[in-house]
Design a binder for this molecule. Structure first.
Ligand SMILES: Cc1cc2nc3c(=O)[nH]c(=O)nc-3n(C[C@H](O)[C@H](O)[C@H](O)COP(=O)(O)O)c2cc1C
Length: 398
């Protein structure tokens, strides 16, 4: 186990994850689609926002907590869905859920996770949301919705930004597969990362006969093979995303899921308004970690217009690129109710399991508290657009 005390920030956790994971898996977590433009733009968008602090305010009693859907959470953070996180650490999805519960923040389980959702709810505790993809077979996908309802998830997050598979050329070049395969191309990579080999692959081999398949997608009998091989041609495209989804489908989902419903991947204010009109409770303003549309606008550019258009009609969660507590405050100042993190906690869990995920939350939490003090804030609800300066607000120097 690495010495987590030496990890001062999320970048340090990223390096620990890089050391432990195979290159194929690390790149899957760390990189994005096509030319990685969106990945860079997300950071640039956050970096160009400046914070405007206020002075001589008693900041001794700071509370970084937020209320989301009637529940008080200790930090303005949500763990977003990060696919099959169980491949970076043995039962990594449970580790993420437990770390989130201990920190009293919500955790979102991905459709493509490999630990059964009922087990995550039972072992993880805390506030748990389920992320949904709708696959080729809508009826089979709706059985997953019913299963998530029965399992007790508090919210359903329908990802709407991915009607087709992303174009992650890096994964194609690396020979990445789901589940990961050890073959002639990847064997050396695995051998060079003994801590992943012995800490993750071997426990699965010894205790579960191999890396687990997808555990939370409903596979009709004729498509069972798809569970073990995401990319298999023999699955007849069962795991292709459904390209026909539209606002009519959303009505059906709204009727089927009476608890909190969020859409993930909204960037245009008109779509946010349509979501509110359709009875959706919240949206993730997100460009999906730069994994889908490489030229997409960033959440940080899109957020102010979405906030203006929807006011208090929707709970706004924003994400992509967040690595510092100050990034979180910037997102809140732009109008978000909370900020989701994907890679920050994924690096943590890949580096050291549950303590690693807890460390990521702890780092962000202490940075948030310190930034609040320096900003003159005692509560995150006080933060507004007057606490930031965007490039257009700043005087041109020289
Ligand atoms: C490795 C990885 C897998 C992801 N898998 C999913 C997924 O299955 N469903 C989804 O809606 N978003 C997925 N995302 C996107 C995240 O939920 C989130 O939007 C994004 O990671 C936020 O950006 P950040 O990683 O810079 O914090 C994934 C992100 C990563 C990095």
């Amino acid at each position: 186990m690495p010495n987590l005390d030496k990890a001062l920030n999320i970048a340090d956790l990223r390096l620990l994850a890089k050391k432990r994971l195979t290159k194929v898996l690390f790149d899957f977590c760390d990189k994005a689609s096509e030319d990685q433009l969106s990945l860079r733009h997300n950071r640039e968008a956050l970096d160009r926002i400046k914070l405007m602090p206020r002075m001589l305010r008693d900041v001794s009693g700071r509370d970084p907590g937020v209320t989301l859907f009637g529940r008080k959470h200790d930090l303005p953070l949500v763990i977003g869905p990060t696919g099959p996180a169980g491949y970076v650490w043995y039962r990594g999805e449970t580790a993420l859920a437990k770390a989130a519960a201990a920190a009293n923040i919500p955790c979102t389980l991905a459709s493509t996770s490999n630990t059964p959702m009922e087990k995550i709810v039972a072992d993880g505790g805390g506030t748990q949301w389920f992320q949904l993809y709708i696959w080729q077979d809508i009826e089979a996908s709706m059985l997953t919705v019913q299963r998530a309802l029965d399992a007790g998830f508090e919210a359903l997050v329908l990802t709407v930004d991915s009607p087709v598979y992303n174009n992650r050329e890096v994964d194609v070049r690396n020979g990445f597969t789901l589940p990961p395969r050890v073959n002639a191309k990847t064997a050396l990579d695995v051998a060079m990362h003994p801590r992943w080999l012995f800490g993750t692959l071997c426990p699965y081999l010894w205790m579960e006969n191999g890396l687990p398949p997808f555990a939370n997608i409903h596979f009709p009998e004729e498509h069972k093979a798809a569970a073990d091989d995401y990319q298999s041609k023999s699955t007849g495209g069962f795991l292709n995303r459904n390209e026909t989804l539209d606002w009519d489908f959303l009505k059906r989902l709204r009727d089927a899921w009476r608890k909190k419903l969020l859409l993930k991947g909204i960037l245009h204010p008109d779509d946010a308004v349509m979501a509110a009109d359709a009875g959706v409770d919240g949206v993730f303003v997100s460009n999906h970690a730069g994994n889908v549309l490489d030229a997409a606008v960033t959440a940080w550019d899109a957020l102010p217009a979405i906030k203006d258009a929807t006011g208090d009609r929707l709970t706004l969660i924003a994400d992509t690129g967040v690595r510092r507590g100050s990034d979180v405050l910037k997102g809140l100042a732009l109008g978000a109710n909370a900020i989701a993190v994907g890679r920050a906690t994924l690096y943590g869990v890949a580096a050291a399991g549950e303590p690693g995920a807890a460390k990521a939350i702890d780092i962000l939490g202490s940075e948030i508290r310190r930034t609040m003090a320096a900003m003159g804030l005692t509560s995150v609800s006080e933060i507004n657009q007057d606490h930031i300066r965007l490039p257009s607000d700043l005087p041109v120097s020289g």
